[in-house]
Design a protein around this ligand. Sequence first.
Ligand SMILES: O=P(O)(O)OC[C@H]1O[C@H](O)[C@H](O)[C@@H](O)[C@@H]1O
Length: 281
Amino acid sequence: MTSRFIARDVACGSATGRIYDYGAQVTAWQPRSEAPVIWQPASAPLTEGKPIRGGIPVCFPWFGAGDTGERQPFHGPARRVRWLLMDSFLDEANQTHQLTYRLTPRRLEDPVGWEFEALLSATFGKQLEVSLSVTNTDTEPVVFEEALHTYVAVGDASRVEVLGLDDDDFIDFTGEEPTRGTQSLELAFDGNEVNRLFSSTAPVTVEDPNNARRIVVRKSGSANTLVWNPGAEGSRTRAGLADGDWKKFLCIVSANCKDDAVSLEPGQTHVLTQTLSVEHL
Ligand SMILES: O=P(O)(O)OC[C@H]1O[C@H](O)[C@H](O)[C@@H](O)[C@@H]1O
């Protein structure tokens, strides 16, 4: 049987990559002469109705369990349905390949209560730029959450440093109740879960000595950065992860959620853009 999980493979001179119609989810990006920058499990089962593990899941129109704390499915339905491929453009002069997807509520199984048009465009090249543009096509104002939940591949998470979040306010979700604080120490990836939502619009740098490189995540239209690593226990118990996987990635998530959810009047559009680049140490 032909798989209904259609993967679009990209090769544009400066990089290779892959994006699935399902979730409009980037699962690979590898600039020429670089090790993969986006992490995906070695064997990633693709299951109808379930999110794809790894890559860049698109969380929309809510993040986690949303504003009520009870919304299902977790991180919203957008990562569990096929988006419509609108355009695929190979720019040979600039060695980039851009794919654009569209999602409207009629592709969702359950109504979300408002009308929207979401466009996800991924431009593969020396950099990877992913942009989520949401227009309120409803007649009423709306408030929604969104995130590009990027799995950054690293040589050994316990040795990486995440820079750019010092002095930022955060909400930490690793305890039974969320706790608030201000970042003063370095984040440690020591096998315990890291799950911290920062108020930040700044770039984040992941210094990865094992791969002798730093990965820089820049963004616009995003008020929050969440850093997530499942830790040893989470690696063993979570769908799509295997024992020890926690050392191979950490998620740098460009988001607008909680107090920073997006409000749009009818006809208004909001754009969240995340750009990844690689520098050598
Ligand atoms: O396993 P998933 O549904 O993809 O969620 C993975 C993680 O996403 C975010 O980072 C949340 O803050 C975490 O609480 C959650 O565990």
